[in-house]
Design a protein around this ligand. Structure first.
Ligand SMILES: [Zn+2]
Ligand SMILES: [Zn+2]
Length: 829
């Protein structure tokens, strides 16, 4: 947006000098946007969505996003901007609208949304540190004088603060210079609080595209002379088929060939060997091959989705586990791509595995890209730009992919829409990507397709109330039967055994049986570590974290006590600090203990554990999935990581070890979460020719949720749940805002919560608290909570949030409460 004809503007303003001002969003938690004046020489460079270099506070510099251009002078003195960094906007107005909506709806600042939305390389401030890119080398012939100065300083010092860059360059307009250096890949921006990213490179082997047709390939294979190379080639083709891509290491290992033999094939131009980053998004050809057949149930659902989306903007696809929802998504994506639109495919981070990526790349080749928090900053900026120009059509990503600068969005798919990880907990913006996606789509007049085997109560309610349309897919793909579910009463087992039952005799027998039939087993326990708490048998002392009001979990791998809230570790206690005895009892069990018992009980089988401790490395999760897929693991024991939408051919048995634990959380969503987890993990059992078996260990065997799971009856579950929600005025009948107060002194936070509670009570009669949450101290801060229930159809939702905000400000204006942290969490999960 150019500023045209300033003289003309001047005619209409009353005695104001001509000028241009811009409102800038700074990546900070300041409540409002900030206004700057634009010096005349920069007037023709300002555009909404571009970054401007500005000074904020005494001498801190930031790259802020231009939100608004105005020609009337504000009532206060403004500072000039320093420079304009970009020639092209980095975001479009629609993204800025999304930021604004998120900041208003989720009660945070636009700056906080900006900080979450932009990749690191686009966020510049005085604190930012530039790291020299070793790969650039020391040939600076492409650089101009200013660039050269900085590059040389970086080469010597390896890193520079932006403030130092300023000194070296001795110019005012530093940020545009830095942008050029980043664009030219001379340096990176380093984030202080994230792990340093180290690129891992490996040799990959590909086939000369000349042989990509079956005919050419069989010609080649049939007329091959050298037997060793022939073997190598066949190994390559086999790996390519099973793995999708072939690394040199895996090829040499499989074929037993030498590097020299591989080089022979490379010299003949049959195979290519190239070094590339193992994470690098492969540059696949931009083809589209959606040529699989749907079964009749999917076909019917596909037609229904088409009709549904023509009538309503949001469609909920309720497809039971393994019903083939992904294939329907693929067909939908194809349709929108053919119309020239972009598609965003959102899924929970943990399901963003090589398995789903391979599946989609098979259909869309290089048209699909993945936006992943594990990718390095350069790659993220590269993707950002390709989406902005519309070059990239399909993006697969977790919740933060919502912020990408789509140009022409046609469809958003939200797979596993019930998953709580779509909601960001910490820090602000505490947004739910599923709900924000519905708003974002509306800006483009785009469609939303949500899918789940166990829809969230809110989404299902919306579908039944005709806000969304609903399509059901009730047959599993390939005629696979839903698994049989049996409940094992641990009370009867416990009587004969001491302590909590971990693996009952019935479950043990079923595992033996499955293994004998060459099948695989998944065991699910939602607690990691070895023993969730220890207790002194003599005096009852329980070790707790010094910073948090939680019991410590014993981890065997580290032989330490861990706090799962703040991450602190403590040495394992030998003697009780209270009474000095050495008589400890381990209470309850986590995944480590299960793994240990399995290793004892099944010494000849291959056992693996899947939880955040076991999959710490960047590729550990994918590797574990791959090993299990290839049946190189017999029993997989894990936390909810094993639950998520993975398809394994040979799993015949699933064990849920502690259903009581799932059903005993103090949260109104406890039944919903428990049903979802149990139904989803059950869905991993069973294959084409045989029905799977699920064994659930529980002591409260008459819990209604267990019977809904046993019958795979989502409808019954929903009816039961929705009537309770109505009775207790919980969502979807109300909207929740949770106010969380934190302070290191207990009395202060209690007093603050009392006062805030009495203030908001005037306007919000449906209120719970103030009360201390179950865990009332985390990271040395005491917590208090107030839960507000707002009527759902309140036309004044926005103004009500302002009222709450005002009360918070009122409280914080008081000196005693200034340092109390107050968080408003809208639609908490
Ligand atoms: Zn003791
Ligand atoms: Zn702690």
């Amino acid at each position: 947006m150019m500023i045209e004809n300033l003289q003309e503007q001047n005619l209409f303003s009353d005695n104001q000098p001509p000028g241009v001002w811009i409102e800038v969003i700074l990546p900070l938690a300041i409540p409002k946007t900030y206004t700057y004046s634009v010096p005349p020489e920069l007037n023709n460079k300002i555009q909404i969505g571009c970054r401007a270099e500005v000074v904020f506070g005494k001498n801190k510099k930031y790259a802020g996003i231009i939100k608004l251009i105005c020609k009337t002078k504000p009532a206060y003195e403004t500072k000039d901007i320093v420079s304009i960094i970009d020639d092209e906007p980095v975001v479009y107005p629609k993204q800025l609208e999304l930021w604004k909506w998120i900041s208003e709806y989720y009660m945070c600042t636009e700056g906080e949304v900006m900080a979450a939305a932009l990749p690191t390389h686009l966020k510049l401030s005085s604190e930012v540190i530039l790291i020299y890119n070793e790969e650039y080398g020391d040939d600076f012939s492409d650089l101009d004088n200013e660039e050269y100065l900085i590059a040389e300083a970086l080469l010597l010092k390896k890193e520079l603060k932006l403030a130092e860059v300023q000194l070296v360059a001795d110019i005012i307009h530093v940020y545009p210079l830095i942008k050029r250096l980043i664009d030219k890949k001379v340096c990176f921006v380093w984030e202080a609080f994230t792990d340093k990213y180290k690129e891992k490179k490996e040799n990959f082997v590909t086939l000369n595209p000349e042989y990509s047709s079956d005919e050419k390939l069989s010609d080649l294979v049939n007329n091959f002379k050298a037997p060793k190379q022939m073997e190598l080639l066949l190994s390559f083709l086999h790996l390519l088929k099973t793995e999708g891509e072939v690394s040199q290491a895996s090829l040499l290992k499989k074929s037993g060939a030498t590097v020299a033999q591989l080089k022979g094939l490379a010299d003949k131009n049959i195979l290519f060997v190239e070094k590339r980053s193992v994470d690098r998004i492969r540059s696949l050809p931009k083809k589209m091959e959606v040529n699989f057949e749907l079964n009749s149930f999917q076909e019917k659902a596909l037609v229904e989705i088409g009709i549904a989306l023509s009538k309503k903007d949001v469609c909920l696809l309720h497809g039971i586990t393994s019903s083939g929802k992904t294939q329907l998504y693929v067909k939908q994506i194809e349709k929108f791509i053919n119309e020239g639109k972009q598609v965003l495919y959102l899924l929970p981070e943990i399901t963003l595995t090589a398995q789903i990526i391979r599946r989609l790349q098979l259909n869309f080749g290089g048209n699909i890209a993945i936006y992943h928090s594990k990718f390095n900053n350069n790659e993220r900026v590269e993707l950002w730009n390709k989406i902005k120009t519309g070059e990239l059509k399909i993006i697969l990503g977790a919740r933060s992919a919502l912020f990408l600068p789509f140009k022409n969005l046609g469809l958003i798919i939200i797979d596993e829409e019930h998953d709580p990880s779509f909601k960001q907990q910490e820090p602000a913006p505490r947004y739910n990507a599923r709900d924000a996606a519905v708003y974002y789509a509306s800006l483009f007049k785009a469609k939303v397709l949500m899918g789940s085997a166990t829809p969230s109560v809110e989404s299902y309610y919306n579908a039944l109330k005709d806000k969304y349309s609903l399509v059901a897919l009730t047959e599993r793909y390939g005629g696979v039967k839903l698994p049989e579910i049996k409940i094992i009463d641990t009370k009867t087992v416990a009587a004969s055994k001491k302590g909590k039952v971990m693996i009952s005799p019935q479950l043990k027998a079923a595992i033996e049986n499955a293994l004998q039939n060459d099948r695989q087993v998944i065991l699910f326990q939602n607690r990691r570590g070895y023993a969730p708490f220890l207790i002194c048998r003599t005096c009852g002392f329980i070790p707790q974290c010094e910073n948090c009001a939680v019991t410590l979990t014993l981890h065997k791998y580290s032989n330490k006590l861990h706090c799962h809230y703040c991450g602190n570790t403590y040495p394992k206690l030998i003697t009780c600090p209270a009474c000095g005895s050495v008589n400890w009892m381990e209470k309850n069990f986590g995944t480590e203990k299960i793994e240990e018992e399995l290793t004892e009980d099944f010494p000849r089988n291959r056992i693996a554990r899947m939880d955040v401790d076991a999959v710490k490395g960047k590729h550990a999760h994918d590797t574990l999935i791959k090993l299990f897929e290839q049946h190189r693991i017999d029993i997989l024991a894990g936390t909810q990581m094993v639950v998520k939408g993975l398809d394994f051919e040979k799993v015949s048995l699933v064990g849920i070890l502690d259903a009581d634990g799932l059903l005993s959380f103090a949260d109104f969503r406890v039944n919903e979460r428990a049903f979802q987890l149990m139904e989803q993990v059950s869905g991993r059992a069973g294959r084409k020719t045989e029905q799977g078996l699920v064994l659930i260990q529980a002591s409260k065997t008459d819990h209604p949720v267990l019977s809904f799971v046993q019958l795979h009856d989502y409808q019954k579950f929903y009816e039961n749940e929705i009537s309770m929600r109505k009775q207790f005025f919980y969502p979807p009948y109300s909207r929740l805002i949770r106010l969380i107060l934190k302070h290191k002194i207990k009395e202060i936070v209690q007093d603050a919560a009392e006062i805030l509670g009495s203030l908001v009570k005037k306007d919000f009669p449906h209120l719970a608290g103030p009360a201390a949450p179950v865990v009332n101290r985390v990271r040395s801060l005491y917590l208090m909570e107030i839960l507000l229930k707002l009527p759902k159809d309140a036309a004044h939702l926005q103004s009500q949030k302002k009222v709450i905000g005002n009360y918070i400000n009122l409280l914080k204006a008081e000196k005693r409460f200034r340092s109390v942290v107050i968080i408003a969490d809208v639609d908490p999960v």
